[in-house]
Design a protein around this ligand. Structure first.
Ligand SMILES: [Zn+2]
Ligand SMILES: [Zn+2]
Length: 319
C-alpha cells in the first residue's frame, strides 16, 4: 500500500516534470538548476495534493456545520492566495533553501566541539524497529516547538506585529491557516529546518509530515461548529478549541494574551497553563486594532509598518 502510494506519487511527479516544468526550465534558461527544479516539482505536487484533500474533506464540513455566514469574498480570496502561495511552494522552497546552509553550519558546530553527528534514532534505538512510532515522536517534537513558537508570536511585541495578520480574519474558513506575514513564514521555515536538523528528521519525511499537519491545521480554522468531546478536546486541536484562540475582545482577554496556543496537541496548553476547554462557546474572531484590510499586498505592507513603528523613533502602538 505504502509502496503503491510512493510509486503513484513518483509517476505524477515525472509527468508534471516532463510536460510542464522541464520545458519551462529550459525555455527560461535555468538549465543549471535542473536538479533543484525536479525536487521543487515534488514539493509543489505534495502541496497540491494537500490542498485538494483539504477542500474535499473540509468544504462539506463547513456547509453542514457553519458557525457564521461567510465573510466578504475579498477577505476569503486573500486567504486562498496565502494558501496557494504557502502550500504550492513558498514554505517548502524556503525550507529547501535553508536545508543545506543549516546542515553545514550544524556539522561545523559539532566538529568545533568534537561531538559526533547523531539523530533522534541514535538517542532512542528501539524506535528503529517502529517506523510509525518514530514518525510520531518527530511530530510530537515539532509540535512542542510550534507551541513555543506560537507563544513567542503572542508574547514578543515585534513578532505579534506580524502574527496579528493571522488573527485579523473576522470570518475564519478552512483557508485561513496560511494567512501569515511572509516574513513570519520565512522565520518559521528556518526554525523548523534547524529543529529538523537537530533531531535528524529526514527531509522527505518532513515534507509528508507537513502535508498531514497542514490538513489538521486547516480543520482547526474551519468555519465549523465542531468539538471532539470531553476527551477528544484534550487529545487533538479542534475547530472549537482553536476558535477560542482567535477570539476578539474580552473572551479570554484575547489577542496578544489569548489561550489555546497548541497547533496539534492540547497537551502543551494543559502542561503550561494556557488551555481553555469551555465547550459550546464559539466567540467572534479578529483583532480590535485591525489596520490590515482585505488585500494580500496591503496586508504585507501593513505588517511591515507595524514592525517599523516599534523601531526607535517609530510611534509604538500595541494591540
Ligand atoms: Zn496566534
Ligand atoms: Zn490560527
Amino acid at each position: 500500500m505504502g509502496d503503491a502510494l510512493v510509486d503513484g506519487f513518483l509517476w505524477l511527479q515525472d509527468r508534471a516534470w516532463e510536460l510542464v516544468v522541464q520545458p519551462l526550465v529550459y525555455a527560461l534558461g535555468f538549465a543549471a538548476y535542473i536538479e533543484d527544479a525536479y525536487t521543487a516539482t515534488g514539493i509543489m505536487l505534495m502541496g497540491a495534493i494537500g490542498v485538494v484533500a483539504m477542500v474535499a474533506l473540509l468544504a462539506p464540513l463547513e456547509r453542514l456545520r457553519a458557525v457564521e455566514a461567510p465573510g466578504p469574498w475579498r477577505a476569503v480570496a486573500a486567504d486562498v492566495a496565502y494558501t496557494l502561495i504557502h502550500r504550492l511552494g513558498l514554505f517548502g522552497l524556503i525550507a529547501f533553501a535553508f536545508t543545506d546552509p543549516v546542515e553545514i553550519a550544524f556539522t561545523h558546530l559539532l566538529m568545533a566541539f568534537g561531538l559526533p553527528r547523531g539523530s533522534l534514532l541514535d538517542a532512542l534505538p528501539p524506535l528503529r524497529d517502529w517506523p510509525g512510532l518514530e514518525l510520531a515522536v518527530y511530530v510530537l517534537v515539532l509540535d512542542f516547538v510550534m507551541y513555543w513558537v506560537h507563544r513567542g508570536q503572542h508574547g514578543l511585541t515585534a513578532w505579534w506585529a506580524l502574527h496579528a495578520l493571522h488573527h485579523s480574519q473576522r470570518h475564519m474558513t478552512l483557508w485561513s491557516n496560511d494567512r501569515n506575514h511572509l516574513l513570519d513564514d520565512a522565520l518559521i521555515a528556518l526554525i523548523m529546518v534547524v529543529v529538523g536538523t537537530l533531531v535528524g528528521l529526514p527531509p522527505a519525511a518532513y515534507a509528508w509530515v507537513a502535508v498531514v499537519l497542514g490538513l489538521v491545521e486547516s480543520l482547526s480554522h474551519a468555519n465549523a461548529r465542531l468539538d471532539f468531546g470531553p476527551v477528544g478536546e484534550r487529545l487533538l486541536v479542534s475547530p472549537r478549541y482553536h476558535r477560542a484562540h482567535h477570539a476578539i475582545g474580552d473572551y479570554t482577554n484575547a489577542e496578544m494574551r489569548s489561550c489555546n496556543f497548541a497547533v496539534l496537541f492540547p497537551v502543551w496548553d494543559m502542561l503550561f497553563g494556557t488551555a481553555d476547554f469551555r465547550r459550546d462557546v464559539y466567540p467572534a474572531t479578529g483583532i480590535i486594532d485591525d489596520d490590515f484590510g482585505d488585500g494580500l499586498l496591503r496586508q504585507q505592507v501593513a505588517g511591515l509598518r507595524r514592525l517599523a513603528r516599534l523601531l526607535p523613533g517609530g510611534t509604538a502602538r500595541r494591540a
